[in-house]
Design a protein around this ligand. Structure first.
Ligand code: PGA
Ligand code: ZN
Length: 437
C-alpha cells in the first residue's frame, strides 16, 4: 500500500562545506509533495575508525571531490529507498546499509548515506507538518534545549597546530536559558579576544570553527588566557562559566614510539604523564569536561585515566566514533564516561540515535557535535533538542556555519516560550543521562 510519505525522488549535487571543500547536498521528495534537503559535514581531525567518507581522488578539487558519492546517492542508494515510507527511518536507514553491504559504508560512502538519511528525516517532518525537533522526539518526550560548549581558542588540526590541544571551550554553567548561555559564551569570547589583543596577538585570525587561533607559547597558556578572558567579560570563573577542552590526543600521538608529542612545548609524554598533566590543569582551572584525553586505541590507559580524572566529564570522540560496538567496549572497560555523537561518523540518523540511547542506558552523558567542516544546514540543532542529548558542541559564536546551529536553537527556545526547558549544567551528570533512558 502506498502512502503520501513514500520516497518518490532523490536528488543530489556537489556543494561546499565551510572550509571550501566539496560535500554532498541532497533532496528527498515524497509522493505527497513533502521534501527535505540536507548538506553533510566533514571532519579534519578524524578518527581512524569512523565510517568511510568517499572522495573521488584524482586531480579534480585536489582529490577531494565527491562526484562519485553524489552518483551513489542518486544511483544505488536512491534505488534502495525508492518507494519506502520516509516515516520509517529505521527501514530507510537499514536499506541504505544493505545497499552498501559493509559495516563502515566503505562501498558507497557514509557521506552519501548520511545525505539521504538526513534529507529523509527532514522530508518526513515536513510531510507530517512538524518541526524537525518534535518529529525526531520519542512519544511523550518534551523538547530539551541543550547546554552548549562553545569554542573560544583553537589549536591542533583546526588552527595550523599553533598549539597541540585542539579546543578550549567555555561551558556557561551559570546560565538559566539557552539564550543566556550563548550570551555568556559571546561575552567570554569577546573578553578572551580583548586579553589576547593586549598581549599582542592578532585575534582577527580565526580557526576552522571560529575560535581564536593565536600562536600561544603553551597549552597551559591557552587555559590562562581563557580564564582571564572569562573574568575580563565580568563572568565568575567556574560559577557562570566553566572550561572544557578537546585534547584530540590521537592527533599528536606517535603510535610507533607510544608517546604523546606536544610539539608546541617540545615535550614527549607517556599516557600516564599526559593524564597527570591534565590532572594538574583540572586542579588549577574549573574544567568540567575533557574530550579525547588519549589516543583512539590507547584503551588500557583510557581506563586508567578515566579513574584518575573521574570527577570530570570525559568524552570519547575519536575513541568511540559514534559506533555502538566501540561504545560498548568503553562502557565495559570503564573508558571515558561520556560520548561525543557525530552522525557522519556512522552514516545514518538511526545509528546515531541508537548510540545516544545506549549511552544514556549506561549513564554516559551525550554531546551532539558538529564537524570542523560544516555547512549552513542546521539539522543538528533539532536533533539535540528532540533527542534530549543535553549538550551540544558546534564551534564558536561566529562563522555562519556555526551560528546557523545557535540561531536555530535560539529560534526553538523563543518559539517554545514558556514551554521551553533548558538542560543547564545538570546535563553534565550521569544522573541526567540515566534519567533519559
Ligand atoms: P573534526 O573536529 O570535525 O575535525 O573531527 C571536531 C572534534 O574533534 O571534536
Ligand atoms: Zn573531538
Amino acid at each position: 500500500m502506498s502512502s503520501n510519505t513514500d520516497i518518490s525522488d532523490v536528488f543530489a549535487w556537489e556543494a561546499f562545506d565551510s572550509r571550501g571543500t566539496p560535500t554532498i547536498a541532497c533532496e528527498v521528495v515524497l509522493t505527497g509533495g513533502g521534501r527535505g534537503t540536507a548538506i553533510v559535514p566533514s571532519g579534519a581531525s578524524t578518527g581512524t575508525h569512523e565510517a568511510v567518507e568517499l572522495r573521488d581522488g584524482g586531480n579534480r578539487y585536489g582529490g577531494r571531490g565527491v562526484s562519485r558519492a553524489v552518483a551513489n546517492v542518486v544511483g544505488p542508494f536512491a534505488q534502495a529507498v525508492h518507494g519506502r515510507d520516509a516515516t520509517d527511518q529505521m527501514a530507510v536507514d537499514s536499506a541504505l546499509r544493505q545497499a552498501d553491504g559493509t559495516v563502515d559504508f566503505s562501498t558507497l560512502g557514509a557521506n552519501a548515506a548520511l545525505a539521504i538519511s538526513v534529507a529523509t528525516v527532514k522530508a518526513a517532518a515536513a510531510a507530517t507538518g512538524q518541526p524537525l525537533y518534535s518529529y525526531v522526539a520519542d512519544a511523550g518526550a518534551a523538547p530539551l534545549l541543550p547546554l552548549p560548549m562553545v569554542n573560544i581558542i583553537s589549536g591542533g588540526a583546526h588552527a595550523g597546530r599553533a598549539i597541540d590541544v585542539q579546543d578550549f571551550l567555555v561551558v556557561p554553567v551559570g546560565a538559566r536559558s539557552f539564550a543566556e548561555a550563548i550570551e555568556f559564551a559571546w561575552e567570554a569570547r569577546r573578553g578572551t579576544a580583548e586579553v589576547a589583543r593586549q598581549k599582542g596577538y592578532n585575534v582577527a585570525l580565526v580557526a576552522d570553527e571560529g575560535g581564536i587561533a593565536a600562536p600561544l607559547p603553551s597549552n597551559r597558556s591557552a587555559l590562562e588566557l581563557l580564564a582571564a578572558g572569562i573574568e575580563r567579560a565580568g563572568l565568575r570563573l567556574g560559577t557562570d562559566a566553566a572550561i572544557a577542552i578537546d585534547v584530540a590526543a590521537t592527533e599528536f600521538h606517535n603510535a610507533q614510539r607510544g608517546s604523546y608529542e606536544l610539539a608546541s612545548e617540545n615535550r614527549h609524554l607517556t599516557s600516564e604523564e599526559l593524564v597527570e598533566e591534565l590532572r594538574s590543569w583540572c586542579a588549577e582551572f574549573p574544567i568540567v569536561s575533557i574530550e579525547d584525553i588519549l589516543a583512539e586505541d590507547d584503551w588500557d590507559s583510557w581506563t586508567a585515566g578515566t579513574s584518575t580524572l573521574a570527577e570530570v566529564q570525559l568524552l570519547g570522540d575519536d575513541l568511540f566514533v559514534t559506533n555502538s560496538t566501540r561504545l560498548m567496549r568503553g562502557i565495559e572497560s570503564g573508558a571515558a564516561n561520556a560520548v561525543l555523537v557525530k552522525p557522519n561518523q556512522v552514516g545514518t540518523i538511526s545509528d546515531a540515535r541508537e548510540v545516544v540511547r545506549a549511552a544514556h542506558r549506561a549513564g554516559y552523558a551525550t554531546v551532539l557535535s558538529a564537524r570542523s567542516g560544516e555547512t549552513e544546514d542546521s539539522w543538528l540543532a533539532d536533533l539535540a533538542v528532540g533527542w534530549r542529548t543535553g549538550q551540544i558542541k558546534v564551534g564558536s559564536t561566529m562563522r555562519s556555519e556555526r551560528t546557523a546551529k545557535w540561531n536555530r536553537l535560539l529560534e526553538i527556545e523563543a518559539r517554545l516560550g514558556a514551554d521551553a526547558t533548558y538542560a543547564g549544567p545538570a546535563a553534565l551528570s550521569p544522573d541526567f543521562a540515566s534519567a533519559q533512558d
